[in-house]
Design a protein around this ligand. Structure first.
Ligand SMILES: [Fe+2]
Length: 385
């Protein structure tokens, strides 16, 4: 059986990759970019530096910086209007996963109209929007190399998964130096998200030899470097490994899908406004414990790739070490529990059945090696307390 692999047309990877932006635009024949980013990227000077480097090459650009974390349908409307009113020929998506996900949605809605709900899974979006050149500043969501975007419908509090080649950036500039100033909390949350992508892609029912090779490489990079990057943000070698690992994990899950962690994480994020990486981190140990019996050899390989077990350990030993590591990682990276995050237990318990339904509807739990029913998902949610 063959697998279709979808990737950006250009990937510029390594120290200073973002400096190549004007050349990348030229090679794509684009000269009227809209930079979609957030306020933080403007305040930190990232957007200004990109505008300056473009104008040195005679490329005038405009900045839209009103994207928000965990973007909603409402939050992208002004960006859609900007695309429709302006005469842009491409979008530069600059920032973490939220600006890039916002840009993907704005690209499609700006060109083809309609409501975001019209584009949610199971529809597969094959329309081409405005070409996106993604410049990630976290390591990360992998959004720069995925065919997905997640937009929250604030009317229903649902994080809508939108899928298709239409959301794949045409270029990704993967420059780890942009992550050197990230604070420890964001480093941890985005780093665990990347690790979750790699693990879920590797154990996914849609995994292929291609996605396996990307996922294992990602785990080898992320496993030994997450703590280093968290404790010392200026550790260039750790930052570089995290950035490359995050992009490879993105390639892996874009082509093999994520699974139960992400399926259960999105409803928590939508209902209780927990950042994506954090809700993944809260869920990863419990979901892994639930799933190991259905794919012990696969999870053991994850432990070995992450460097917490070796070839001499049995699968059972490796799986125990994997679980130990996931709990230890959360503790060292100070991942709060739901209670510590300030969520009321009764509010969470009341919503568990709805969240379980939403998790199943997203399709992601079906890719899990052990496919849960509503009752089992509720039980895993309960274990978070
Ligand atoms: Fe994720």
């Amino acid at each position: 059986m063959s697998t279709q692999v979808i990737l950006p047309r250009i990937m510029q990877v390594g120290e200073g990759a973002s400096h190549e932006l004007p050349d990348v635009l030229n090679s794509l024949g684009c000269c009227r970019p809209l930079i979609i980013t957030d306020k933080m990227m403007v305040e930190l000077g990232y957007a200004g530096r990109i505008q300056a480097s473009l104008s040195q090459q005679g490329i005038a650009s405009h900045v839209f910086s009103d994207t928000v974390p965990e973007p909603t349908v409402g939050s992208i409307q002004a960006g859609v209007s900007e695309v429709q009113a302006g005469n842009y020929d491409c979008i530069i998506a600059l920032g973490g996963g939220s600006p890039i996900d916002s840009a993907k949605a704005i690209s499609i809605l700006g060109k083809h109209g309609g409501h975001m709900r019209d584009y949610k899974f199971p529809r597969v979006v094959i329309e081409a929007g405005l070409p996106i050149i993604a410049v990630p500043t976290t390591a990360g969501t992998g959004s720069e190399v995925t065919r997905f975007t997640i937009i929250t419908d604030e009317d229903t509090d649902e994080k809508m998964l939108c899928v298709g080649i239409g959301f794949m950036p045409v270029a990704a500039l993967v420059d780890y130096t942009l992550t050197l100033s990230l604070p420890p909390r964001i480093t941890a949350d985005t780093g665990i998200d990347a690790l979750t992508h790699a693990i879920e892609a590797y154990v996914s029912k849609k995994a292929s030899p291609y996605s396996d090779s990307q996922a294992l490489s990602a785990m080898r990079l992320l496993g030994p470097n997450l703590r280093r990057a968290y404790h010392n943000g200026n550790d260039k070698a750790a930052r570089e490994a995290m950035m490359l690992g995050s992009t490879l994990a993105g390639v892996a899950f874009s082509n093999a899908s994520v699974a139960l962690v992400h399926g259960m994480s999105r409803p928590i994020g939508a209902a209780f406004h927990v950042p994506h990486g954090l809700s993944n981190a809260m869920l990863l140990p419990s979901v892994t414990r639930f799933s190991i019996p259905a794919a012990p050899a696969r999870y053991a390989e994850c432990a070995r790739a992450m460097g917490v077990a070796n070839v001499n350990d049995s699968d059972e030993q490796a799986n125990n070490m994997l679980l130990q590591e996931l709990y230890a990682l959360n503790e060292e990276l100070q991942v709060p529990t739901l209670a510590e995050y300030g969520i009321a237990q009764h509010a969470f318990f009341d919503l568990m059945p709805t969240m379980a339904e939403q998790a199943l509807a997203s399709g992601s739990p079906n890719n899990n090696p052990r496919v849960p029913g509503v009752g089992e998902i509720v039980e895993i949610y309960r274990q978070l307390w």
